[in-house]
Design a protein around this ligand. Structure first.
Ligand code: UD1
Ligand code: CA
Length: 477
C-alpha cells in the first residue's frame, strides 16, 4: 500500500487526518464522543463532510475508543469521491501518538492536514487558507484569541515568531496568561512529519505524546511556523461536555435560521426552529414556532407550516398548509418512502404521514388521520380519525371519519384500491385486498371483504331492528 502511495506524484497533494480515538470522558456517555449528534448528524460526519470538500487524496480517520462503532458509522456515510482509510490507535497515548499510527498510510510529499473529530464546525475555506499558508514547506497552525483560554494549548511567541505550543496543564503562570490558543488543527509539510514524530517524548504532566511538540522541532529545524489566526470562535469550538454540545447546537441552529431568513423564509421565532438535516425553501414560506425538520425537507412556494410540527424527509409542494402538531415521517430521501404533499393540500392539525404517503394536489388530511404507503389522488379527503395503509385512493374520494383499511392479515400486507369519486361512510373497515369501484358509496359502519362494482351502494352490517316498548330490566326495590 505504502509503495503505491509513494508512486503517486504528490506535489501539492493533500492528505487529511481526522483524530477520533479519544474517549470523551466528560461526555459521561457510552456513545463514543464523535458519534454524538449536532444538528442531526454526528460530530464526525460534520468534520468528514468538510474534509471531503477539500478534495484530498485520502481521509485517514484515527479510531480507538469505540472504534468498531465509529468505523461502522463512518462507512455508512462514505463519499465515493474520496478514499477513506482507518487506523486504530490502541492504547491512546496522545495526539502525537495518534498521528504516529497514521504515518504509514500518509504520502511523503505535499501537505498533511490534521483535524479533530470533536471540532465539528470548522469551515472548508478556513482549511483551504491554512493549507495554502503551509504550502508544503511551512508548519501552519490554526489559532484564535480566547478571553478565557483555560484548557487549551497556548501559542508561545518570541517577538512575532511562534516558538512552541504549551499545553495548559504544562504551562507556567506567565504562559497561562497568553490568550492565543491552538485550535487542534494544523497543516504540516508531509516530508518533515516522519522525523518530527520520531522525536516526540512524553515527558509532560499528562505523560502523553503531544502532537503540539512538533512546533519546537520545526523551529529547531529552521522550518517557518505560521499561526493562521481567525476570529470566529464558532468554527473552533470543541465539544467536550453535554453543556458544550448543547451550546453549539443552539449556535448552529441560530446560523441555519439566519440563513433561511436571509432567503426570505418567515420564521415566527428563529430561536424556536430545529433543522436536523437540510431544509430547502422556495419563496414566501412561513414556519411557526417549535418545528423540527429532519433529513431532507423541501418546501414549495408559499407553504405554511403551523406550530409544533415534526417533518422528516418530505417534499411539500407550493401552497400546501401543514396545520399545527402534524408529524410527517418520510423514509429515505429520494426513495419511494419519502413523503410527498401536493400543491394546495391541507394536512392536520394532529395528522400523521408515514413512509410512502403521497398526497396529490388539494388533498385534505384532517385531525388524527394516519396515512402510510398510500397514494391519494387530487382532491381526495380524509378529514377525521382514520387510517389509510397500503391504499390507492382516487380523485375526489371522501373517506369517512373512523374508517380504516385493514391491510395486515398478521403475516402479509394487502392493498386497498378506492377508485375515483367513491364515498366511504364513517366507521368502515375495508379488509384488504379490496377494490371499491368508481363512484361507489359504502354505508357507514360497513365491514367490507369483497370488491364492489362501480356506482353501487354497498352495505355490510346487520339490519337495524327496533323492538317496540322495550322494558329494560330493573333492580328489585
Ligand atoms: C488538543 C491540543 C491543544 C488544543 C486543543 C484544542 C494536543 C496535545 N493538545 O488538546 O493544544 O488547544 O486540542 O481543542 O494536541 N485523540 C486521539 N488519540 C489520543 C488523544 C486524542 O485520537 O491519544 C483525539 C481526540 O479524540 C480528539 C483530538 O484528538 O478528537 C484532541 O484530543 P483531546 O484529548 O480533546 O485534546 P485536548 O486536550 O483538547
Ligand atoms: Ca478537545
Amino acid at each position: 500500500m505504502a509503495a503505491i502511495l509513494e508512486n503517486i506524484s504528490a506535489t501539492g497533494s493533500l492528505d487529511v487526518v481526522i483524530m477520533a480515538a479519544g474517549k470523551g470522558t466528560r461526555m459521561k456517555s457510552k456513545l463514543p464522543k464523535v458519534l454524538h449528534l449536532l444538528a442531526g448528524r454526528t460530530l464526525l460526519a460534520h468534520v468528514l463532510e468538510t474534509a471531503v470538500q477539500l478534495a484530498p487524496l485520502q481521509v485517514v480517520i484515527i479510531t480507538g475508543h469505540g472504534a468498531v462503532e465509529v468505523e461502522a458509522a463512518v462507512k455508512g456515510l462514505a463519499s465515493a469521491s474520496v478514499a477513506l482509510n482507518f487506523v486504530r490507535q490502541q492504547p491512546q497515548l496522545g495526539t502525537g501518538h495518534a498521528l504516529q499510527q497514521a504515518l504509514p498510510l500518509l504520502h511523503q510529499d505535499g501537505i498533511v492536514l490534521v483535524l479533530s473529530g470533536d471540532v465539528p464546525l470548522i469551515r472548508h475555506d478556513t482549511l483551504e487558507q491554512l493549507a495554502a499558508a503551509c504550502g508544503g514547506n511551512k508548519l501552519a497552525l490554526l489559532t484564535i484569541d480566547f478571553a478565557d483560554p483555560t484548557g487549551y494549548g497556548r501559542i508561545v511567541r518570541q517577538g512575532d515568531a511562534v516558538q512552541a505550543i504549551v499545553e495548559h496543564k504544562d504551562a507556567s503562570a506567565a504562559q497561562r496568561a497568553i490568550t492565543e490558543v491552538y485550535s487542534g488543527i494544523m497543516a504540516v509539510p508531509a516530508r518533515r512529519l516522519k522525523a518530527w514524530l520520531a522525536r516526540l517524548g512524553n515527558q509532560n504532566v499528562q505523560g502523553e505524546y503531544y502532537l503540539t511538540d512538533i512546533v519546537k522541532f520545526a523551529v529547531a529545524d529552521g522550518v517557518p511556523v505560521l499561526a493562521h489566526k481567525i476570529t470566529d470562535a464558532f468554527q473552533m469550538a470543541g465539544v467536550n461536555s453535554p453543556v458544550q454540545l448543547a451550546e453549539l447546537e443552539r449556535a448552529c441552529q441560530r446560523r441555519t435560521a439566519v440563513q433561511l431568513m436571509a432567503q426570505g423564509v418567515r420564521l415566527a421565532d428563529p430561536a424556536r426552529l430545529d433543522v436536523r438535516g437540510v431544509l430547502r425553501c422556495a419563496e414566501d414560506v412561513s414556519i411557526d414556532v417549535n418545528c423540527i425538520f429532519e433529513g431532507m425537507v423541501n418546501l414549495g412556494e408559499g407553504v405554511r407550516i403551523g406550530a409544533n410540527c415534526v417533518i422528516a424527509n418530505a417534499t411539500i409542494a407550493a401552497g400546501a398548509v401543514i396545520h399545527p402538531f402534524t408529524h410527517i415521517e418520510g423514509g429515505q430521501p429520494g426513495s419511494r418512502d419519502a413523503v410527498e404533499v401536493g400543491c394546495g393540500a391541507r394536512v392536520g392539525p394532529f395528522a400523521r404521514l408515514r413512509p410512502g404517503a403521497k398526497l396529490g394536489a388539494d388533498v385534505h388530511i384532517g385531525n388524527f388521520v394516519e396515512v402510510k404507503n398510500s397514494t391519494l389522488a387530487q382532491g381526495a379527503k380524509a378529514n377525521h380519525l382514520a387510517y389509510l395503509g397500503d391504499a390507492t385512493v382516487g380523485e375526489r374520494v371522501n373517506y369517512g371519519a373512523g374508517s380504516i383499511t385493514a391491510n395486515y392479515d398478521g403475516a402479509f400486507k394487502h392493498r386497498t384500491v378506492i377508485e375515483a369519486d367513491v364515498h366511504i361512510g364513517s366507521n368502515c373497515v375495508l379488509i384488504a385486498p379490496l377494490k371499491i369501484g368508481a363512484g361507489g358509496t359504502v354505508g357507514g359502519g360497513s365491514t367490507l371483504t369483497k370488491d364492489t362494482p362501480p356506482g353501487a351502494l354497498s352495505l355490510a352490517r346487520s339490519r337495524q331492528v327496533s323492538i317496540a316498548n322495550w322494558k329494560r330490566p330493573v333492580k328489585p326495590a
